[in-house]
Each structure stands twice: as structure tokens, then as C-alpha cells.
Design a protein around this ligand. Structure first.
Ligand SMILES: Cc1cc2nc3c(=O)[nH]c(=O)nc-3n(C[C@H](O)[C@H](O)[C@H](O)COP(=O)(O)O)c2cc1C
Length: 199
């Protein structure tokens, strides 16, 4: 148990990786850890896309980058800022040895006639999928890998779906970059008493 808590305590978002590939056996173990997460109604609304090919990483990075440039230009961002941001995003995606895109689907969730309950079901699908993502991040750390959740796909779901030829109901939630860490990270947390009420 102490080891497990230590894994939780020492996990960090790792954004720089050694170039070596992640062995297939470890990819399978990451996915197996992910699907052990709890899910609403046990519907297991998570879906995963494993991306190891450099060509696919480049295609995805370029398509997402185009959308990012369009969005930032529409915001009125200066051109040099747009290029820096898009360049950083491209490098982050293409330099990771392994990408796992995490998607959620509401296809198997309960259906209600009213918007409030429909949106609750959609939220539960996203919550369940995030739990699978956290399992995956912790498993990566336990297996000696580094990983980081990138939110970018949430901002360009149609582009991601089209580039990777995903089913229509797969809603991209996060792109996890994974590899052997080439950096060490420290992160602090706000004191627990600033985040907890006891009643
Ligand atoms: C939903 C979510 C979205 C995130 N998106 C990004 C991102 O787009 N880029 C990035 O570098 N890190 C991203 N992160 C990682 C956070 O920056 C990181 O978890 C936070 O700074 C705490 O650091 P730690 O994970 O090392 O404890 C994201 C994390 C979560 C949970």
C-alpha cells in the first residue's frame, strides 16, 4: 500500500522523452490499467487510439496545428505568438515516442428526454474516461515511464476525428504523450486546508 501511495505521490507530468520506443507489452499494460477504472453504470465509455507511427503523429500535429493557428488568429493573437504556440504543440506531439488519444462515447449511456439529465450522462461519460486516464498516467509512472495529458484535442474534436478516421461517436478528451522520461519534475500542491471543508 505504501508503494502505491508513493506512486501517486511521485507521479509528475513529463513532457520530454528519450527517443526510444515504448515496448508493446508495456502499452498493453497501460491500456489494461486504464480499463480497470470505475465507470458510470459500468458502461466503460472510454475509447483509446494508440499512435506509434511517426507519419500519423505528424499528420495529427499538423491538422491540430492548423486549427490552433485559425483559433488564435481569430482571437487576434500576434503572428509570432501564434507560430511559437503552434510550433510548441507540434513538437510536443511529434517528439513523444507514444501517443494514446483518450476518447469518450455516450453511445452506451442512458438516454433521457430532457437536456439536464442528458448532459449529466455526458458528464459521467467524461468523468469515467478521465478516471481511465488517471489510471493510465499512474500505471505509466509505476512502469518507469513518463506521461502527460494534453487537452488540445478537446479544442479541435472534428479535426482529430477526421485525421484519425474515428467513429462519429468518439469524442476526443485528451492526448497522452508517453515515453521514457528525459526530464525530472517537481510540483507543489496548495495546502490541503485550502481545498477541504469539514462539516
Ligand atoms: C485535464 C488536463 C489537461 C491538461 N492539459 C495539459 C496541456 O494541454 N499541456 C500540458 O503541458 N499539460 C497539461 N496537463 C498537465 C497539467 O499541467 C499538470 O497535471 C499540472 O501542472 C500538475 O502537474 P503534475 O501532473 O506534474 O502534478 C493537463 C492535465 C489535465 C488533468
Amino acid at each position: 500500500m505504501q508503494d502505491f501511495l508513493e506512486i501517486i505521490r511521485t507521479r509528475r507530468s513529463i513532457r520530454r522523452y528519450e527517443p526510444r520506443a515504448v515496448p508493446r507489452e508495456l502499452i498493453d499494460r497501460l491500456l489494461d490499467a486504464a480499463i480497470r477504472a470505475p465507470s458510470a453504470h459500468n458502461r466503460q465509455p472510454w475509447r483509446f487510439v494508440v499512435i506509434e507511427s511517426d507519419a500519423t503523429k505528424r499528420q495529427l500535429a499538423e491538422a491540430m496545428g492548423e486549427q490552433l493557428r485559425r483559433d488564435l488568429a481569430a482571437d487576434g493573437a500576434p503572428p509570432d505568438f501564434i507560430e511559437r504556440d503552434a510550433g510548441r504543440s507540434h513538437a510536443r506531439i511529434t517528439s513523444a515516442p507514444l501517443l494514446i488519444l483518450i476518447c469518450a462515447t455516450t453511445s452506451d449511456m442512458d438516454y433521457y428526454p430532457d437536456e439536464q439529465r442528458r448532459s449529466n450522462e455526458a458528464l459521467m461519460a467524461a468523468q469515467s474516461t478521465a478516471m481511465a486516464g488517471q489510471n493510465l498516467l499512474l500505471a505509466a509512472h509505476a512502469l518507469g515511464l513518463g506521461a502527460c495529458w494534453l487537452c488540445a484535442p478537446l479544442f479541435c474534436p472534428a479535426v482529430v476525428r477526421e485525421t484519425l478516421a474515428l467513429p462519429d461517436d468518439w469524442q476526443p478528451q485528451g492526448l497522452i504523450t508517453i515515453g521514457y522520461a528525459a526530464e525530472e519534475k517537481e510540483k507543489t500542491r496548495y495546502p490541503i486546508e485550502t481545498r477541504v471543508l469539514v462539516r
